[in-house]
Design a protein around this ligand. Sequence first.
Ligand code: ADP
Length: 196
Amino acid sequence: MSNPIRLVIFGRQGAGKGTQCAHLVARYGVAHISTGDMLRGAVEAGTEMGLMAKAVMDAGDLVSDDIINGIVRERLAEDDASTTGFVLDGYPRTIGQAEVLMDILGNRPLHAVVNLDVPLEEVTSRMKARGRADDTEEGIARRLALYEQETCPVLNWFAERDLLVTVDGFESEEVVANRLDEAVNSAILEASSTQA
Ligand code: ADP
């Protein structure tokens, strides 16, 4: 069996992360771990955590680091995370979460952290068009502002650790998918040459 691939994908809301994650799953056999999907699942299931998360998500705020770190820690303890690897989507979103992620992974380093870069004006109009429950005008504005404030520093944090690759995401789905493959393939090669 091939070695597990461990990836993190970043991108503004509406950058096409979901679509590209589906592509990465098909291409590399990794598990797609989306904290947004997990939280929405908890809301739908009506769990206590879901009820708590719903109000926060509706307001466009971030769920607390403690809750989200706990969810991710549990999810990464499942077998597939070690056997096939994963692409983390929506996490880490704060430096605190990034530090916890490194601690959870321990001696299983990330291969790459990909920044799927799409301009602000473009994602804003895409999000208005998609109409998810939390895609109200204020919700969108708040989440995009939070992304710049909270998440851009996380990108820098990974860049300082030489893990960040930026992929221009303002292109057709197929072109972006090919660019992602190139970025991931070279990260995998690099990792295997440093381990050898
Ligand atoms: P989007 O990228 O449009 O914000 P997500 O599906 O990634 O959508 O997340 C939806 C909501 O779930 C966020 O607005 C936030 O409230 C919550 N959430 C998801 N991931 C995290 C995280 N890592 N830390 C805190 N809150 C999160």
